[in-house]
Design a protein around this ligand. Structure first.
Ligand code: SF4
Length: 278
């Protein structure tokens, strides 16, 4: 069995920088992260071992220093935190900030705000948090509930596959033919790179192993892309989950990981897959 690793896989600069920031802050003084720093259980275990606390976004915190995660938050929430007397470190990824800026710009130009993504995801909650009327679309069925407006300004959660986003934008245009539509592409480059590399892998592999948190949106989207292409995808968080019998008769196995998956986790998975040769 041959193991082919995707050209682009695993941790992105936004997550890497947020982890480094959290570790440096935690070394200096007790720190509470507002929510899950990243949706990856191995990274979270490592942070807990270093004494970093994570609390639900709305809980009152017991440390005087808190950190906003790479997923970002609304300006309203950030202002409230700054005024609360806490020392606030902001780990928002610059590419999430870019998405916020694009939505703000569209609203200022008179467009009705629409975000393509998961309504209950922390990044999307932050994106719509400053716009009470913002509408979130995750799938075609949601478009029927979009209120009729003359102008729609559409952005996307940073970790959505761009093909899926563009297809939904076209559907919105078809459902509202007289509306003016402006779309700002806010899918981040690391997500695009990983999706594109996965498509190449799908062409050569019999089965794809996707390594990443079960709550990680971009990891789940990698799995979805495989399944939409009719390719068997195995979503695991840790190398120990792999079972040799999953690979009977497999000649080529593809390997990729989501943007919060550590390189050492992907390497451990690769090594375990190589063991299945014997
Ligand atoms: S997935 Fe994209 S937007 Fe999210 S932290 Fe990584 S680079 Fe930033």
């Amino acid at each position: 069995m041959k193991v082919v690793v995707a050209e682009h896989f695993g941790i992105c600069f936004g997550v890497r920088d947020a982890i480094a920031q959290a570790q440096a802050l935690a070394r200096a003084a007790p720190l509470t992260i507002l929510g899950e720093l990243v949706h990856n259980p191995i990274v979270r275990e490592q942070l807990r071992a270093r004494g970093v606390r994570e609390e639900a976004f709305d809980n009152t915190t017991q440390t005087s220093r808190v950190m906003i995660t790479a997923h970002g938050t609304s300006d309203k929430r950030r202002d409230a935190l700054n005024k609360s007397g806490l020392v606030v470190a902001d780990g928002t990824c610059p590419l999430v900030r870019y998405a916020h800026e694009q939505l703000k710009r569209l609203v200022q130009a008179g467009y009705f705000p629409v975000v393509i993504g998961l309504a209950n995801h922390v990044e999307v909650r932050g994106l719509v948090g400053d716009f009470a009327d913002a509408f979130v679309i995750n799938e075609s069925a949601d478009i029927g509930n979009l209120p009729a407006r003359p102008r729609y300004g559409i952005i996307s959660q940073t970790t959505q596959p761009i093909d899926r986003v563009r297809a939904l934008v076209s559907e919105i245009a078809r459902a509202h033919p007289s509306a003016e539509i402006r779309f700002a592409d806010t899918v981040c480059k690391p997500t695009k790179d990983r999706q594109l590399a996965l498509k190449k892998l799908i062409e050569v592999a019999d089965v794809i192993v996707v390594v990443g948190g079960r709550q990680s949106n971009n990891t789940r989207q990698l799995v979805e892309t495989c399944r939409a292409a009719g390719k068997r995808a195995l979503h695991i968080e840790r190398p120990e989950e792999l079972q040799p019998e999953w690979f009977r008769g497999v000649r080529v196995v593809g390997l990729t990981g989501g943007t919060s998956t550590l390189p050492e986790t992907v390497e451990a998975v690769r090594q375990r897959l190589e063991e299945f040769h014997d």
